[in-house]
Structures are given as C-alpha cells and as structure tokens.
Design a protein around this ligand. Sequence first.
Ligand code: ZN
Length: 318
Amino acid sequence: MDLITHFLVPYIILAAVRSKNKLEGALGGISPDIDVIFAFTVGIIFPQYVIFSHRGITHSLIFGFITSTIFLYFISRKQVTEFINRVIKRDISLKFTKKTVGIAYFGVIIHLLLDYLTYLGIPLFYPFIITRYSAEIYYFADYFMMILGIFVILVLYLNINKNYKKAAMVIFMIFLISFGGIRAYEKSDVINSETPTLNGNFSLIAVYPTRDMFTWKVVKSDAQNSIYFVSDYNTIKKQGSNIKIFKSLSIKNGSYRSAQNAIKIANTYPGVKKLKWNSYYTIIEAEFNSSQWDITYFDIYTNEITNKIKVIVPLNEN
Ligand SMILES: [Zn+2]
C-alpha cells in the first residue's frame, strides 16, 4: 500500500478513540517503508540479501517494532521536530515514551495488515520463517485511494472547522473499506466462476489482483506445477482473455541433467535469488549454446517483461 494510506489509517483510528498521540501512531505507520532506503543501498550493493529489499525485514513483527521505535526516537528529537515544524509551518510535538512507542508499534501492525492484503505480502515472522504472507486482494497501490488520501491530508493540515476534518476521515475510511470489500467479493466471484473449468490437466487454481479491481489474473496448474494456464478474468464481462500457457521448465539443445546442474548454479546468483523472492511462478527457459547455458527466468504474474532476467552458466561450471 501507499505511504499516505499507511499514515492515515492509524491516524484516523487513533482520532476515533480520541488519542493524543495520533501523529506518533501515523509516523509508526509509515516507518516500515523506510526499507526503500535499504533497497537502494544494501539491496544494490548486496543483492543476495533479499531480506533487505522493499517489504523485507522491516515488514516483520519483530523488526517492525525495532524500526518504529528507532524512527520515533529520531523524529521526536527536539532539533528534528523543530525542523519539521519550520517546514510544515505548524507546531507539532512528538513524545518518546513507553506509551508512544506502543502507539507507534500499533501503526506498524496496521501497516503490516494493509501490506498483507496486497500481492507479494510480507515476511511477518522473519527471522523465524522467511515466507511472505499475502491475502492477494489488492495490487500494489490504488491510485484513487492515493489521490483521496492526499486530499484528506490537506484537509487535516488546513486550519478549518474540525467537522470537515472528521468528515474527510470518515469518507476515506468508507472508501478504503468498501474497496477492500468489493475486491474480496470480486476475487471470490472469480474463483467460483473459474473453478468449474478445472479438469484433469489443470486441477489447481489461484487468483491474483491486478490494478483494475474487476480484472483478475487466473493461474491454473497441474498437480506437479509443471504447466500453467494463465488468463485475465474480467468479472463484468464474465470472461477470460489474454490466455497464455507456460511450462515451468523448458530445455533446448543440451541434456536434462546438464541443464539441471546449470540451473542449480544459476539459482545461487543474486539476481535470480531476487527474482524468485518477488515471484509467484518462476518460469525457467534453458538453452544450450556452444559452450554455455543461457537461462532465462521470469514470473508469470509480476510481468514477464520487467521481471525477466537472463543468466549465463559456462559449461566448465557444470
Ligand atoms: Zn510497506
């Protein structure tokens, strides 16, 4: 989800319970996304440490707490708050107490819940379990909610009647919850419509969100996950389009055994590790050319073009 929604949701909930520390909660709410800084530093220098990419380490229950606490400590320093006040021309005060640390962590919990709803999800139990959990209801972010969110923040910022502020917050929550509800309903509708089409060849089904809440990516696969039938299902037209079939592994020229060895080596490459971390269905195409294996990796769902990489494994590595 976007930063504005992450700021607003804990802020609005805390406003509803008349908390004096709404800002601490809202700032805690945005703190896990500090990881974009990791992604552009550690992530680029050491791409093999996928946990330092966006939606990695700071999006876990344990490190989320550490992140929000450090963030709140830093931002509540007198000089920092004074600087912020000068920039935004307001007189905010931020406290760093046991209570506000707890409230900032509440913001983190809301953040994790919201990101859990989006595809790819979050490694909630890192470092104990590295798996990412996701409800796959939302695509990355919703533009409409982002624009509405900017508007609500503006209303909250302006010195206007409190009732307008309340109304703006209520409207934001109504839209957020309704969109979530519609998406959840649409997803179950797609599953119900597409499940009867399953047969012996394609016995498994998974449904993923796209930017458009009425279009869903449907992936049917065989029990071995060796072949995928992919389509875009539109819930208004009630039909699928853009149908493609992928084999999870295809080998050209060389032997199966040699290809397997080359893939094993390629799987340890940082770029491949990163692609797999951000992938639902990794498709591997291995082709032997004179003295090397050219191996292409891409993901069915997160776009085969942008998320495609090609690696070379020389034969002498086999
Ligand atoms: Zn996030």
